[in-house]
Design a protein around this ligand. Structure first.
Ligand code: FAD
Ligand code: NAP
Length: 258
């Protein structure tokens, strides 16, 4: 059954799906030529369920200019969409709402020199898309990506991030990026070991980033667990940073990742 011409969605095909751990998957779907989004935005993906649909938001992980649309999903226990995604196979149909949305867009910052991207779990997805846009590397002197997960096997993007070094569009700027993995429930060499608000408040994150965080130079983007977003915003606010609004410029932009 194909979508009616007036439908708010298109029907796309799953091209591949990878199960990285029992609860972490990445997958790609076909991209209609008419589908436009800005890096940092999310799609609404749907599946048919009985006579109805199930719709959920997923940040686009691939680049604005990519031929396909890639996503990263954390499968949650007893989640209706998670159960369906766990069984997804290449060749399956996924519904794609025609409009991408979201305001986690680094271009909204009118100034700033250092961009610090703070995320937990699936909140890394919009930043992976943003990191494939050359404008962002040209615009900022330095980029920091801090990704907090509980356990080391959830750090599934280390190679993808390292591969940016040879990316045809952004590879030349790779030296500007500091990737900071954060593990909150186990320790390994090379990862920080506290939650993001604590790392900010103690100065450990700035030390690991190799530069001070200042309202004049630093701009923060936050995405992930809503409690983390709230606690991180409050910590930054206490440190003298404020929310960015288009009419009242500040240093913090954020989005709840679920
Ligand atoms: C703006 C936006 C962007 C999103 N982008 C992504 C994305 O890129 N990848 C992704 O996996 N999910 C993303 N989500 C969450 C996603 O829409 C679904 O909620 C999620 O896949 C679970 O769906 P569900 O039906 O299985 O469970 P739901 O009934 O939707 O959620 C059940 C519970 O699971 C927990 N939960 C939901 N999503 C997550 C998550 N991602 N990580 C940890 N715990 C979670 C929450 O406690 C929630 O109350 C996004 C949500 C929003 C609002
Ligand atoms: N039953 C459990 O013990 C358990 C544990 C984890 C997740 N889950 C469930 O598993 C699913 C997927 O979870 P997930 O691990 O991908 O996502 P998550 O629970 O959001 O955890 C991702 C990262 O966010 C951190 N975090 C959570 N709340 C925070 C806060 N207020 N401030 C700063 N950092 C915070 C976590 O630290 P911490 O590791 O310190 O929480 C972890 O490093 C969810 O449904 C979740 O509820 C269950």
């Amino acid at each position: 059954m194909s979508a009616a011409p007036e439908a708010k969605y298109t029907e796309e095909t799953v091209l591949w799906i990878k199960h990285h751990t029992p609860k972490l998957i990445t997958f790609a779907i076909t991209r209609p030529e008419s589908y436009r989004f800005s890096a940092g935005q999310f799609s609404r993906l749907g599946l048919r369920e009985g006579n109805g649909f199930i719709w959920r938001a997923y940040s686009v992980m691939s680049a604005e200019y990519a031929d396909t649309l890639e996503y990263f999903a954390v499968l949650v226990e007893n989640g209706p969409m998670s159960a369906r995604l766990a069984a997804l196979q290449s060749g399956d149909t996924v519904l794609l709402d025609k409009n991408a949305t979201g305001f986690l867009l680094p271009g909204r910052f009118p100034d700033g020199k250092d961009l610090v991207m703070l995320c937990t779990g699936s909140g890394i997805a919009p930043f992976l898309s943003i990191l494939e846009q050359p404008e962002i590397w040209q615009r900022f002197d330095s980029l920091v990506l801090a990704h907090s997960v509980s356990y080391a096997d959830e750090l599934i993007f280390t190679r993808r991030i390292a591969a940016l070094q040879t990316h045809p569009l952004v590879g030349g700027y790779f030296g500007k990026l500091t990737f900071l993995p954060v593990l909150t429930r186990e320790r390994t060499a090379g990862a920080l070991n506290q939650r993001l608000p604590e790392l900010l408040a103690s100065g450990a994150l700035a030390a690991a980033a190799g530069r001070p965080f200042t309202p004049q130079n630093t701009r923060f983007m936050i995405c992930g667990n809503p409690a983390m977003v709230k606690d991180t915003f409050q910590t930054l606010f206490d440190m003298g940073f404020s929310m960015h609004r288009n009419r009242i410029p500040g240093q913090i932009m954020m989005e709840n990742g679920f």
